[in-house]
Design a protein around this ligand. Sequence first.
Ligand SMILES: *Cc1c(COP(=O)(O)O)cnc(C)c1O
Length: 225
Amino acid sequence: METNSFERTFDAILNRIEKARLGVSGHHIVKIVAASKSATPQMIEAMYEIGQRSFGENKIQDMSDKVHALSHLPLEWHFIGRLQTNKINQLIDLDPFLMHSLSSLELAQEIDKRLHVKSKTMSALLQINSAYEEQKAGVLSEEALEIYEQISLTCKHIQLKGVMSIGAHSEDTKAIQKSFEATHKLFESLQNKGAKYCSMGMSNDFELAIACGSNMVRLGSLLFK
Ligand SMILES: *Cc1c(COP(=O)(O)O)cnc(C)c1O
């Protein structure tokens, strides 16, 4: 991809984020995680050169390949996908900046066990299934505070830093908004427990997510089209 067109696309997106964030408050900072699953290491490097540092992958093998191919750059890697139990050690060895998809207490405890063995820690977000969709991972909003507490108490090697959610899969803006508001409400009640990130918003709904209080958006197709 030609760097110029890349830069123009990125600038246009930055403008949209800026507008959305100022709609909330001048103090509201939004972090962009570039969801790079469809991007080659060359494309990621091109994004890095125009200022992007954080990249998110949803498959351990792809993440491992890209982390190693780009180890000469000071990138921040996020894991945003479903984590199978047999891939936990691999994820730990990749030292992710943030794991967004802690989807159950059982998964957290399994990761914690492996972290203990390796004398490591990991920052993570609790994934909320705030749209009540069968096919989505995550804990239900009603159970989220209790599970967050349980993870904080029992998983000493996991540093919980907030919540993540995927907006409702719907054409109905109200339904998407409702799912974002539910996640943000949880985020607010977890702030006294160290919650720092409210990760929600993707290419099709990031402006709405920011309006609902998201401070971390995960953008894929829009950036790497
Ligand atoms: C791919 C992916 C994204 C980015 O989705 P786009 O619609 O391409 O912006 C965000 N979050 C997760 C968990 C993803 O897997």
